[in-house]
Design a protein around this ligand. Sequence first.
Ligand SMILES: [Zn+2]
Ligand SMILES: [Zn+2]
Length: 63
Amino acid sequence: MTEPAKTFEPATCQHCEGIGCTYCNKTGTVLVTAPKTLCKHCEGVGCIYCGFTGWTGPKSKCD
Ligand SMILES: [Zn+2]
Ligand SMILES: [Zn+2]
């Protein structure tokens, strides 16, 4: 079974709105699965499904 390589793009961390927090390693930006989509579970507020970044498929969660 082959899986297409995931691509990631930078998105502003929804938890801190770019200020920097522990969820984005203080960068204010997170790499998320492209095309970036707000987390459907929390609509960008942050929850366990999005690693509190507000985005679907944050890269850090997959590493
Ligand atoms: Zn943040
Ligand atoms: Zn979420």
